[in-house]
Design a protein around this ligand. Structure first.
Ligand code: BEZ
Length: 258
C-alpha cells in the first residue's frame, strides 16, 4: 500500500460488535490477568483493540496503555466508551513504534493481519529488550464449520469461491513465526472454545459482523442469499436446539523479546 492509496473500506461497526460479539472480549479477560499480568507504570500496546474493553481493563491496573486498531469506526467507539484511555488508528503492517513498550497485548486480532511475519517484526521493534508479547488468536481449524457453510452456500448459488481474509496458524507454526521475529516463546496453549452466538439469528449476526470484507465482492442481494443458504447448511453442525455455537479454536502465547 502506498501513502497515496485511498483508505481500505472499513467493514467494522463498533455498535454491532459490542452488542453481538461481547463474548470475544469477555472470554479473554483472563488473558489480561493471567498472561499479560500488567504492572502499574508498564507501557503497553494493545494491538487490534476493537472497542477497547480489554484496553480499559489493562488501564485499570495502573499501566499506561495505547490501544490501536485499523478501523476508524472501532477507534471512534472505543474513545467514546473509554474517554480516559488513548486510542489511535494504526495499520498493524505499518506500526511506527520503536523500543517504547514493556509489553504488547493482542486478543482476537492477529488472525486478521495476514501476512503475520511483518506484524511480528513490528511488534518486536516496538518492545524494549526483555519486553513481552501476550496474545490470543484463532488457530488452525478455527470456525471451520462456519467457513464450510459459507463456501457451500457460494457453490450452491453458483457464485465464485472467495478466500476468507483470515490466517489461522497451528501451534508449531505460530512458535516458528514468533521465533523468526526474534521472540523466545515461554508459553503456548491451543484449546477449543465453543462459543455461543446469542439469539436465534446468532449465526447470521456473526457473519454480518465478521464476513463483510470476505463477501464484499457480492452485491447486497447475493450477500443476503449467501447468508440465508449458509445458515441452512450450518444448522446441523452449529445449532444445538437452543443456541448457535461456533467452533472456535484458540492459540495463546507468551513470548519475550530477547
Ligand atoms: C475469531 O475471533 O476467531 C474470529 C472472529 C472473526 C472472524 C474470524 C475469526
Amino acid at each position: 500500500m502506498n501513502p497515496t492509496d485511498p483508505p481500505a473500506p472499513d467493514h467494522w461497526q463498533a455498535a454491532h460488535y459490542r452488542d453481538r460479539h461481547a463474548f470475544v472480549f469477555e472470554a479473554s479477560r483472563d488473558l489480561v490477568t493471567g498472561w499479560l499480568a500488567p504492572q502499574p507504570g508498564d507501557h503497553i500496546l494493545d494491538l487490534g483493540c476493537g472497542t477497547g474493553e480489554l484496553t480499559a481493563q489493562i488501564a485499570g491496573s495502573g499501566a499506561v496503555v495505547t490501544g490501536v486498531d485499523a478501523s476508524p469506526d472501532m477507534i471512534a467507539g472505543a474513545r467514546e466508551r473509554h474517554p480516559g484511555v488513548t486510542f489511535v488508528v494504526e495499520d498493524a503492517h505499518r506500526l511506527p513504534f520503536r523500543s517504547e513498550f514493556d509489553a504488547v497485548f493482542s486478543n482476537a486480532a492477529l488472525h486478521w493481519m495476514d501476512p503475520l511475519p511483518p506484524v511480528f517484526a513490528h511488534l518486536h521493534a516496538a518492545l524494549r529488550p526483555g519486553g513481552r508479547l501476550a496474545l490470543e488468536m484463532g488457530g488452525a481449524g478455527n470456525v471451520l464449520a462456519v467457513r464450510e457453510a459459507v463456501e457451500g452456500a457460494l457453490a450452491d448459488l453458483g457464485l465464485p469461491a472467495m478466500e476468507p481474509p483470515w490466517v489461522f496458524p497451528g501451534p508449531a507454526e505460530l512458535a516458528t513465526l514468533l521465533e523468526a521475529a526474534g521472540f523466545r516463546v515461554e508459553r503456548l496453549h491451543r484449546f477449543d472454545r465453543p462459543s455461543v452466538l446469542s439469539g436465534a439469528d446468532g449465526f447470521r449476526a456473526w457473519l454480518e459482523g465478521f464476513a463483510g470484507g470476505w463477501l464484499a465482492p457480492l452485491g447486497d442481494n447475493e450477500r443476503r442469499a449467501v447468508l440465508t443458504r449458509a445458515e441452512q447448511l450450518a444448522r446441523s453442525h452449529l445449532w444445538n436446539g437452543q443456541d448457535w455455537v461456533a467452533d472456535y479454536v484458540r492459540l495463546r502465547a507468551l513470548a519475550v523479546k530477547g
